[in-house]
Design a protein around this ligand. Structure first.
Ligand code: HEC
Ligand code: HEC
Length: 217
């Protein structure tokens, strides 16, 4: 019985994948569960900015696996993703994280915000706000905010609405699990205006790649 249902799922996944015209290179190795993720996160793993579905393509493998576990155990409180993550086994989480981490991010950025918003957002991202004890975002997220290592995700390629929602979630405690409470500390010090400015500036930055990701493809 188990064998049959597994085969059925494969056939279903193949049908869903087959219906997408331009298949990104990574699809051949897609774990079957990825077919359901694609409905929101896209076949290219780039999410859907208008709907608030984040980019997964090229995010660090360890970070992706951690987030799936956080959604499943409520450390990160989101009803939609809790429903998706709870049924996943450890092996499935491992396979999905590896799959999305290996995908090459692609696509454009949001239009530039007004000069005043852009200037304020850029200042916070590149220099921080010393009066309020806010470190520059790039100190942890890397030059170009392309991400660093396995624990610091990229911020470029995410929508302003998603970035803003995450800062709010750290403020109100609905998102936790960040190593050493780093983002909780940063978020608590950010005003609403600073959050909006930096989110809009980040969303408009070019989608440059981490050196390791760029070299792989
Ligand atoms: C119905 C839409 C939907 C589906 C289907 C879905 N997701 Fe999500 N996903 C979301 C939303 C919305 C968020 C943002 C949640 C938040 O704001 O905390 C998210 C966030 C995530 C994140 C966090 C990304 C980050 O940058 O921190 C990961 C990882 C993720 N999803 C993986 C998956 C995987 C793997 C699947 C398939 C098993 C999946 N999702 C299916 C809507 C969806
Ligand atoms: C002291 C280090 C540090 C600084 C400074 C920092 N971050 Fe982070 N950030 C992190 C870590 C670590 C994570 C991953 C959290 C996790 O694993 O749950 C993260 C995650 C995020 C995420 C979630 C990304 C996603 O895909 O869900 C956003 C958004 C974010 N940071 C925005 C910012 C902004 C904006 C700034 C500057 C104002 C900033 N960060 C400064 C350490 C930092």
């Amino acid at each position: 019985m188990r064998r049959i249902s597994k085969t059925t799922r494969w056939v279903w996944a193949a049908a869903v994948v087959g219906s997408v015209c331009a298949l990104p290179a990574g699809w051949a190795a897609a774990p079957p569960e990825a077919a359901s993720c694609a409905a929101c996160h896209g076949a290219d793993g780039m999410g859907n900015a208008a709907a608030g579905y984040p980019r997964l393509a090229g995010l660090p493998r360890q970070y992706l696996a951690d987030q799936l576990r956080y959604f499943a155990d409520g450390t990160r409180n989101n009803a939609v993703m809790a429903g998706m993550a709870k049924p996943l086994t450890a092996a499935q989480i491992h396979a999905l994280a590896a799959y999305y981490a290996g995908m090459k991010p692609q696509g454009g950025s949001a239009p530039a915000p007004s000069p005043a918003v852009a200037a304020a957002g850029e200042r916070l991202a590149l220099r921080g706000d010393w009066d309020k004890g806010i470190l520059a975002c790039i100190r942890c997220h890397g030059p170009g905010a392309v991400g660093v290592g396995e624990n610091f995700p990229p911020l470029v390629g995410q929508s302003a609405a998603y970035i803003e929602a995450q800062i709010k979630a750290w403020k109100d405690g609905s998102r936790r699990g960040d190593p050493l409470g780093m983002m909780h500390t940063v978020a608590l010090r950010m005003s609403d205006a600073q959050t909006q400015d930096v989110a809009q500036w980040l969303a408009a930055q070019p989608l440059t790649l981490k050196p390791s990701t760029a070299a792989k493809h």
